[in-house]
Design a protein around this ligand. Structure first.
Ligand code: AMP
Length: 429
């Protein structure tokens, strides 16, 4: 099989890593890829959001299967362009990708089908209407920009002053671009968050192993939000009873709702949940694998990824074929100093070759590039050091051992990935 993977972050490196382990796979291209993917696939310098350029690339290289990592090509209609040509691709249509591309679309979908979610106060196209609506909400209130905003479009406002400031920046000053032209206000939920990700061919679906990620930049969940500072996976995150509740009250109504609305969904569907006192509620949908959740999930897979994804593209997914390694996995993200604010690129990364001698460890590249044969930093999130082991403690110990051997100027990482879970266990929770 010849496969094209779109994207160039840690998630895509994890996909390429696992695809390359399949005996069916003869060749992998990755567009645009990165400095680590280049060792396992042929990287092609293309903007992954540019549908025309990707179609032209596929015409030239003729992959037998294409896998889309990030949301932008999906929201831009890449899969529709491929399916019109009868080319096999894994990812939802442009219309289905609106579940991620428009918070208003997804909220209206959830409400229409009675799927548990935070109560919405309203949607607003003008800042004046939004300010006015603030007089009748409960505080804190959640403000969401409608469109894609690179993870910066959600704000939990403690009071009127903070809310007005965010709305002003997003709607009046367009700080987040066109994604902020419309906003919605919704009730704040409290509880623990959980990512529930499924793979579906439109008829059947298979849940992937559960993960939890860490969004804040500093230990103890301090500092600003990031794209993700780490993630871990262990079956204990999801007791059987909770899994069944999520399947029956959220996953199945979502898939039935999509079918009833005439929007077939094929690919990965990421459901961000808040586990509230009154049951799990949907915070958001993403139309793709999360990053760094994908790294933790794929570290535990025990099946042929190329076979399964080819089955999804062909509409013949057999959920029983998705087998997982018992135990746990963890991914610790190493970032450039200053991220998620300003940071410098081009720092030489040392110690990478030592990492893979540690059992169960893989250094997945995100913001790296090759300059000659030297790997240098080229983004905020630089590496996701990923480990799988028999227990979460062992996976974390291996990942952090590997991290201690890697160095670049300004390197930052959280020292408490998965700690909440291990502490709760120690406390008998
Ligand atoms: P979203 O992109 O909608 O998932 O929002 C990003 C993050 O904002 C989530 O992971 C939650 O931490 C938080 N969030 C979103 N909606 C709510 C809500 N209604 N109540 C509390 N937190 C929320």
């Amino acid at each position: 099989m010849k496969i094209l993977v779109l994207g160039g972050g840690g998630r895509e490196h994890a996909l390429v890593w696992k695809l390359s382990e399949s005996p069916r796979v003869e060749k992998i291209w990755c567009a645009p890829g990165n400095g680590g993917i280049a060792a396992e696939a042929e990287c092609v310098a293309i903007d992954a959001g540019d549908v025309g350029a990707i179609v032209a690339l596929a015409e030239r290289i003729q992959p037998e299967l294409t896998i889309v990592g990030p949301e932008l090509p999906l929201v831009n209609g890449l899969t529709d362009a491929f399916r019109r040509r009868n080319w096999a691709i894994v990812g939802p249509s442009q219309q289905a990708a609106q579940l991620e591309g428009s918070k208003v679309f997804s909220k209206e979908f959830l409400e229409r089908h009675g799927i548990p979610t935070a109560k919405m106060y309203g949607t607003y196209d003008s800042p004046a209407d939004a300010y006015h609506a603030l007089s009748s909400v409960a505080w804190p209130v959640v403000i969401k920009a409608d469109g894609l905003c690179a993870g910066k479009g959600v704000f939990l406002a403690a009071d009127f002053v903070a809310a007005k400031d965010f709305i002003e920046r997003v709607m009046e000053n367009s700080e987040l671009g066109p994604g902020g032209r419309r906003i919605l206000l919704e009730e704040t939920l409290s509880g623990e968050e959980l990512s529930f990700i499924i793979l579906t061919d439109g008829k059947r679906y298979a849940p992937l192993v559960p993960t939890r990620d860490h969004k804040r930049v500093f230990d103890g969940n301090q500092g600003p939000n990031t794209g993700g500072m780490g993630a871990y996976s262990t079956d204990e995150l999801l007791p059987d009873e909770l899994r069944e509740t999520i399947r029956s009250t959220i996953v199945e109504p979502t898939l039935h709702g999509l079918a009833a609305d005439g929007i077939p969904y094929q690919g990965f569907l990421y459901i961000g949940l808040m586990l509230t006192n009154s049951g799990p509620k949907v915070l958001e949908f993403n139309c793709r694998l999360g990053d760094p959740e994908a790294q933790a999930i794929l570290a535990r897979q025990d099946f042929d990824l190329a076979e399964i994804l080819s089955d999804v593209a062909g509409g013949r997914l057999d959920p029983a074929k998705l087998r997982w390694r018992a135990g746990a996995s963890a991914c610790v993200v190493l970032t450039s100093g200053g991220y998620p604010g300003k940071f410098e690129n081009g720092k030489r990364i040392e110690g990478l070759t030592g990492v893979e001698h540690i059992k169960g460890v893989k250094a997945l590249h995100a913001g790296t590039k090759l300059v000659g044969d030297v790997v240098v930093t080229s983004g905020g999130r630089v590496l996701g050091v990923t480990a799988a082991a028999a227990t979460l403690e062992a996976a974390l110990a291996s990942a952090y051992e590997a991290v201690s051997g890697i160095h670049f100027e300004g390197m930052h990482y959280r020292k408490d990935i998965g700690a909440h879970s291990t502490q709760r266990k120690a406390a008998g929770d």
